[in-house]
Design a binder for this molecule. Structure first.
Ligand code: UD1
Ligand code: UDP
Length: 408
């Protein structure tokens, strides 16, 4: 069975690295990796740490290009890879433009799509934008769905996805986290090097780790979040570390609000090992990132979600995360509570991890192998040729089965 795994951004690479490893180890599977290069520097950092070596790299990133440009480039690029590799399955993860475009290219080619981290929903197509719409569309395109939690599975069920087409797996980010943690814990030289690298942060002040990148945040939320971080830094009892996402609009706002502010450290994006090192040292985390919420919750680091809505409600329900919105006063108040109220902080630290046991990738690969009766590759992809002429004896008339009752 030939399985093509497509990823393009930092979080997809982190979350598909365990799946790629499990596929590579599975008998009877030929694993082919395709990086779209939607991200460049940040993707390369992750691929290097996890040893991901893509057979195809579409290198679609252009500085500050529009969503439609990325979408078009990924569809065309992945279509060509599918035509060359003839996979039986295409695996995509999450809700990025790479995810949607790769799923659509697979659908066009008649190749079934397996969707990792399926079923996350806020219910608001404006937030996150464009991810909420992209993941809904991928659900319509996919044949197999891997929701990380029971709540995500319930969302899929409510949209008509058939029970037999889904499997709750836990989130593969926990698998990745376990692998990274094992490396940090088994390599004292690495741990020492990271300690030395971040020695300027060892001031005795508590560490606040922050990230921000969401597009809808550019409407004002990011500026208000930065204002809260600036006020928190002004207390003089914290060190705030913010690895700045390379999106030029994000950079401009963050620099404008926080450059040169005492006790604020603006860094380039960190590789996942360095980021985990800081996450473990953090007293609290302030973020609009989905993956960082999951990791912080798994590590027992209190996390404040600087968004108006979240699809990671499990973390809030479990008690490890708080959805604080994007008003400066509310964010600052939440940070101050966690700095001053030891009981509130400890309660968040103790909250259980709702995102899985670190065996998600094994479940995904087992389900794929069990479904080896999966549809064969169809030739409907060759759009200029009538499908009937391309069909050979024994080949299925229609390879992709829609699994939702509403139809794909
Ligand atoms: C993308 C995803 C988002 C995901 C996020 C993770 C979409 C629409 N958005 O958002 O779902 O949560 O990644 O980080 O798919 N850039 C670089 N170097 C890089 C990466 C980005 O310079 O390594 C710059 C480029 O100018 C690029 C811009 O950042 O045009 C935005 O990147 P893009 O992938 O379009 O969106 P993100 O905001 O990163
Ligand atoms: N991350 C990283 N370096 C950083 C910031 C984040 O390696 O400087 C990792 C983090 O550990 C998590 C992932 O990037 O695994 C989250 O990606 P991001 O916040 O870009 O996207 P999202 O999860 O919001 O889609």
């Amino acid at each position: 069975m030939r399985v093509l795994t497509v990823f393009g951004t930092r979080p997809e690479a982190v979350k598909l690295a365990p799946v790629a490893a499990a596929l590579a180890a599975a008998p009877g599977i030929t694993s082919i990796l395709c990086a779209t290069g939607q991200h460049r520097a940040m993707l390369d950092q992750v691929m290097a740490i996890f040893g991901l070596v893509p057979r195809h790299d579409l290198a679609v990133m252009r500085h500050d290009q529009g969503l439609s440009d990325v979408t078009a480039a990924v569809i065309a690029g992945v279509a060509a890879v599918i035509a060359k590799e003839r996979p039986h399955w295409v695996i995509v993860q999450g809700d990025t433009t790479t995810t949607l475009a790769a799923a659509l290219a697979a659908f066009h080619a008649g190749v079934p799509v397996a969707h990792v981290e399926a079923g996350l929903r806020t219910g608001d197509v404006g937030a996150p934008f464009p991810e909420e719409m992209q993941r809904r569309l991928v659900t319509r395109l996919a044949t197999l769905h891997f929701p990380p939690t029971a709540a995500a599975a319930a969302n899929l069920r409510a949209e008509g996805v058939a029970e037999a087409a889904m499997r709750v797996t836990g989130n593969t980010v926990i698998d990745a986290l376990h692998a990274l943690r094992a490396r940090l814990d088994s390599d004292p030289a690495l741990a020492r090097a990271l300690d030395a690298r971040f020695a300027p942060l060892a001031t005795g002040r508590r560490l606040v780790l922050a990230t921000a990148h969401r597009r809808e945040g550019l409407r004002g939320g990011l500026r208000r979040t930065c204002a809260a971080l600036r006020l928190a830094a002004g207390r003089g009892d914290v060190e705030i570390v913010l690895p700045v996402h390379p999106n030029p609009a994000v950079r401009a706002t963050v620099r404008d609000m926080l450059a040169g502010v005492p006790h604020v450290h603006l860094l380039e994006p960190l590789d996942p090992l360095a980021f985990l090192h800081l996450l473990r040292r953090a007293h609290l985390v302030v973020t609009d990132s989905g993956g960082v919420v999951e990791e912080a919750a798994a590590l027992g680091r209190p996390v404040l979600i600087t968004r108006e809505t979240t699809e990671r409600r499990e973390a809030v329900a479990a008690g490890g995360a708080r959805l604080v919105g994007t008003a400066t006063g509310a964010i600052l108040a939440a940070i101050e509570t966690l700095l001053e109220d030891g009981a509130a902080w400890a309660a968040m630290v103790r909250a259980p991890n709702p995102f899985g046991d670190g065996r998600a990738a094994a479940r995904i690969v087992a389900r794929l192998r069990a479904g080896a009766a999966a549809p064969a590759v169809a030739d409907l992809s060759l759009a200029t040729r009538p499908a009937r002429r391309r069909r050979t004896a024994g080949a299925p008339a229609r390879a992709v089965r829609a699994t939702s009752r509403q139809g794909a």
